[in-house]
Design a binder for this molecule. Sequence first.
Ligand code: UD1
Ligand code: CA
Length: 460
Amino acid sequence: MKNYAIVLAAGKGTRMKTDLPKCAFPILKKPMIKYIHENIEKSVIDETLVVVGYQKEVLKDVLEDRVKYVVQEQQRGTGHAIMMCKEAMANKRGTTIIMLGDMPLIDAKVIDKVVNYHSDKDNDLTVLTTKYQQPKGYGRIIRNEYGNIEAIVEHNDCTFEQKKIKEVNTGIYVVKNHLLFKEIDKIQVNPRKQEYYLTDIVSIMKQAEYRVDAFELWDSEKVMGVNDLYSVSIAEKYLRNEINKMHMLNGVSIVTPETVTIGHNVTIENNVTIYPNTYITGDSVIKSGSKIGPNTEIHSSLIHNNVRVQHSLVFDSEIRSDATVGPFAHLRNGAVIGERNRIGNFVEIKKSIIGDDTKASHLAYIGDTTTGTGVNFGCGSITVNYDGINKHPTTIGDDVFIGCNTNLIAPVNIGDRVFIAAGSTVTKDVPAGALAIARNHQINKEDYSKNLITPKDDRK
Ligand code: UD1
Ligand code: CA
């Protein structure tokens, strides 16, 4: 018999007060629903059905055709969402786990544990519960004098005494599929909220004398529900800590880890140090010996060994071994920085391949450029790659010295061992070994100030 999952993700997420449907909202740049789906994939579940409604296309764009969908046009409650699955599910024999689309911290092991518990006990319905010291907002688990689950009461429907109960409904239920769809229509609309509460299935099945049981989970943080932007921050904090911990145990030193965010697909070798306020995201790779940060963002970039990057932005780029970048450098769009380069203050490098042992230490823009090795870009060097319509390339040979405040008007080729005088605007190719001077001669007009400035004595 098969194991099915139904994930409820049709709601708007009113308490979020944002435009995106809640289950598509990103946690560490990944939509919430994706976490749930990835863990379902790793678990004993064979087939997944997702209930979508509010902005359904956004959720479908996330999960594409990896799951089946049912549409709940009007969101009339979690019970109503399950009623919408009748046509797709009612004739199936097997076990169904119902999950909510707003629990991004869920883990495949939890899914397996509760499904196995349910089958081992031969239960008809198993509710996954947990305890919170601050259970506000969650449905409370009502147990009878024998300790068996009787019902779930939503926070706002609880009596004063019931509100003191710490055991809550996680929103995960495991149920014999055919019984779920036999009983689901018995759920009545909640008079206060005018919604059909799935939680009522517990008392309904209990009254019909099915085997209804509760399974309590100890690691309660894994099933937290995200309802507003404050809980988004709590979920992110938890995940950030989990990822950082994994890297630290692998030999990555992270200074002030609560300020460091590392994405799920980042690879970091041991002997790397990450300093505060640093974001490393995408499929970035950081090799051994490198020191990254503080105040640095690295996205989808490859950082080789013993590189130092500080106070800088590095997007879709590569930095080769023993180079230093920053402070305040910006590498982007396919910049490749050669070994032992020195890329310093306020230098932007875009879509350029920079040879080994090159320096651009201060105030430069290098775009669409290929350089040889041992090049020195003086302060204020600019490759003028854009004529207002098209981008043009610059090539620079080995051991070139580019004087301060030089414009290289692209397309232009600079040969090996060229020396360019400071302040030049180079519009023509320069052959190897030449000195290029492309600036006006200086003229000094002596005593000029006399004609220009009114002598102090004549002022009124
Ligand atoms: C729900 C449970 C509560 C439990 C808590 C755990 C109910 C009535 N309450 O409350 O007992 O403690 O989760 O986190 O079930 N959804 C739909 N269609 C709808 C309504 C909701 O698909 O018509 C989806 C939402 O998109 C969401 C999920 O169901 O992903 C849960 O809805 P939400 O409004 O967050 O329920 P809670 O109030 O948190
Ligand atoms: Ca919720």
